[in-house]
Design a protein around this ligand. Structure first.
Ligand code: ZN
Ligand code: ZN
Length: 276
């Protein structure tokens, strides 16, 4: 029963103390590397994208949707597996997500470096690889432009997430949230309901319901548990609550109603035969 979870989160203060000066230096270096690599990629792409605007526009739009998926996948990984004690990723990636469930408002007190350092680090190798592609070929130009949009939206992701937790975000931000163009607060609130097991996408959230109903992350969790014996969310919720959640039935698969009414013309439009 989910009502009897008895969640045991980690200690809030210990999680905050895990944000060490070394982690902060790592974040500053990541932001500097991100700016350098994205400028390089942007300069390589700009003249070629202007010459092929439709290809560029479709690649940019696909990159934005891909960012929503990547944000969900990384968030799910960091929420579900591992501990803050793991080397490197434990302190830099897993700890902030553990802290975020214990204290969702803490993100609104983060400055630019703490908000964006991690995401910049993830983007640097992807953007560098995109800049090295043979951009004179349309296919690779499409891939590189998509990667550029993806990295830009990934940079925006933690900012959108932070705004979704603010009591009074700027006016323009509220308009974008209401239009569904960046992560809306009410939509993201679904993720913050224990046991924090769905709606992981935090760029805009367009993919959340589809991934949940298609059992995307639930299936991955089942496969990983079968292969490794690891229990999803054990470090985040405590063993008892994680076991209760793992036993929960899967959500119903979406039903596709093929209501074609193939026999409709015959049955519906029968002319009435009147006697002479
Ligand atoms: Zn989470
Ligand atoms: Zn959140």
């Amino acid at each position: 029963m989910l009502s009897d979870l008895q969640i045991r989160h980690r200690d809030k203060r210990a999680l905050r103390e895990g944000y060490s000066p070394a982690v902060r230096r790592f974040e500053i270096a990541s932001i500097a590397a991100y700016v350098a690599v994205m400028t390089w990629l942007g300069v390589e792409l700009a003249p070629r994208m202007l010459a092929k605007p439709f290809l560029a526009l479709s690649a940019l739009m696909l990159g934005f949707v891909a960012a929503d998926f990547v944000s969900g996948f990384v968030h799910w990984l960091a929420d579900t597996w591992g501990t803050p004690e793991w080397p490197i990723v434990g302190k830099t990636l897993i700890r902030p997500f553990r802290e975020h469930h214990v204290d969702p408002k803490e993100i609104t007190r983060h400055d630019f470096i703490e908000t964006n350092g991690n995401n910049c680090f993830i983007c640097v190798p992807a953007a560098a690889l995109a800049a090295l592609l043979p951009l004179q070929q349309s296919l690779w130009l499409f891939v590189a432009a998509m990667m550029f949009a993806l990295c830009l939206a990934i940079l925006g992701t933690n900012q959108f997430h932070k705004w979704a937790h603010m009591d009074e975000p700027p006016r323009l931000v509220r308009l974008l949230q209401r239009a569904g163009l960046i992560l809306p607060p009410a939509h993201h609130a679904v993720h913050h309901q224990p046991p924090y097991a769905r709606y992981h996408c935090i760029t805009v959230g367009w993919l959340n319901e589809a991934l949940f109903r298609l059992r995307f992350f639930q299936t991955l969790e089942t496969l990983i548990t079968r292969a490794t014996g690891l229990l999803p969310r054990e470090d985040d919720l405590g063993r008892h609550a994680a076991e209760v959640v793992a036993r929960e039935p899967l959500p119903p698969l979406p039903r596709i109603a093929l209501d074609l009414q193939l026999d409709a013309p015959e049955t519906a439009a029968q002319p009435e035969l009147k006697p002479d």
